[in-house]
Write a protein that binds this ligand. Structure first.
Ligand code: AMP
Ligand code: MG
Length: 388
């Protein structure tokens, strides 16, 4: 048995080889960049107008209008002192523009422009190189591409990006009692639900599963199922069959498949019978079958490895601290991840903390952490990971 910190360190300390690939811009969200990126040109590339209004030559309150320039126009207009042109947002300003005046502060009579106020030099002009200069570093390797990053890469004209590949994930669920939703079931059977939580949580963080297999509680079937799953994944996530019951065959089947145990059992609630192992560059998590345990272990232990294998510089959910809404005492005898709801900056520990109870997790949005025998008063700070 290891502590939560030990388990997390074991995961964090794994030596891994990152793979990279080229992805089209529109498929790159959530990937980490595999190279540094410098700007190939000045951004903006030319002085342009920040407003719909008038480009002014010289600083006065009245001008002669001599033309118009719209966004995308490439024509060069020459203005003389005291002249102005109609201009629109994003349009290249004529060479000798002193300032741009927004149209709301102007009036036009025949061909003469009047300003409500004196213009200021350089006003409303977005300068060439004002955001980035040619050759300037934009992102360093490991930067995680969020929507604005995609916009920036697009604005640099980059169509394809070199990113770290994401791990391929396979899922195995085990249990004789499990029936696929939508199928008839008999007494004693239950609907299989963990794989939906796991595949959903994978999707939530930009991952997908490659293969999902249901296996009966049988040693040979488990061994064969694990062997097949390991043929096509970087991370194998198994649900159930890892406890100490007579029908729990996962641990032995992993051994027989050459998977080396890195830890088994974590001093925590829920999710004590959590297993983590490695075979070459492949990793295996065997999560306890109880629905809340399995999903809690995914967020706390599996996600950091998924992100590490994706080249993220910092993996796993951020831990925040918020005041607790009510007194709470840990009576579980183990450090515990509690199903919680964070609302208006306060944490409520939800009813239904049992390992099999998923409804409280479904209605909440956080995992709150409370140490063994810790006792909190209303307003005390409690650590939380936000899960939705
Ligand atoms: P196990 O870890 O296999 O002993 O399972 C512990 C509990 O979780 C049992 O009540 C199982 O029926 C339940 N369970 C296991 N796997 C699943 C699953 N995929 N979906 C829903 N419940 C499950
Ligand atoms: Mg089972």
């Amino acid at each position: 048995m290891v502590t939560i910190e030990e388990a997390l360190h074991i995961i964090e300390d794994q030596k891994i080889i990152l793979k990279s690939e080229t992805k089209p811009l529109e498929e790159s969200l959530g990937y980490a960049l595999a190279t540094n990126t410098a700007s190939p040109f000045d951004v903006p590339e030319f002085d342009n107008s920040a407003m719909d209004g008038y480009a002014l030559c010289g600083l006065y309150q009245g001008y002669q209008l001599v033309g118009e320039v719209a966004a995308g126009d490439s024509k060069e207009i020459l203005m003389n002192d005291g002249e102005a042109v109609r201009i629109f947002t994003g349009a290249k300003v004529p060479q000798n523009t002193s300032a741009v005046m927004m149209q709301e502060k102007t009036s036009v009579k025949e061909n003469t422009l009047f300003l409500d106020e004196m213009p200021k030099a350089g006003q409303n002009i977005r300068k060439k190189g004002g955001q980035l200069e040619e050759g300037q570093e934009v992102f360093i390797e490991g930067h995680i591409l969020n929507p604005p990053s995609l916009a920036l890469m697009g604005s640099l004209g980059l169509e394809n990006l070199k990113v770290f590949s994401k791990p391929r994930v396979n899922i195995i669920t085990t249990g004789n009692e499990l029936v696929k939703p939508g199928q008839p079931k008999t007494e004693g059977q239950i609907y299989e639900s963990n794989s939906y939580a796991i595949s959903g949580a994978l999707q939530q963080f930009g991952f997908e599963h490659h293969q999902k297999t249901q296996i009966q509680d049988d040693f040979e079937a488990t061994k064969a199922g694990i062997k097949t799953a390991l043929e096509s994944c970087d991370i194998l996530i198994i649900s159930g069959g890892i406890s100490v019951g007579d029908y729990d065959f996962v641990k032995q089947s992993l051994e027989e498949n050459g998977v080396n145990e890195l830890f088994y059992k974590v001093f925590q609630k829920p999710g004590k019978p959590l297993y983590f192992g490695r075979k070459g560059n492949q990793f295996v998590f065997a999560l306890p079958g109880n629905p809340a345990s399995s999903l809690t272990c995914f967020y706390v232990y599996v996600l950091p490895l998924l992100q590490k294998l994706s080249g993220y510089p910092k993996a796993g959910l951020t831990t925040y601290q918020f005041p607790i809404k009510h007194a709470y005492e840990n009576r579980f005898g183990r450090p515990s991840f509690l199903k919680a709801a964070v609302f208006d900056g306060k944490v409520e520990i939800l009813d239904g903390q049992g390992s099999s109870m998923i409804q409280s997790m479904a209605k909440g949005n956080a995992l709150a952490f409370i140490d063994k025998e810790e006792k909190l008063e209303e307003g005390d700070l409690i650590k939380c990971k936000l899960i939705s």
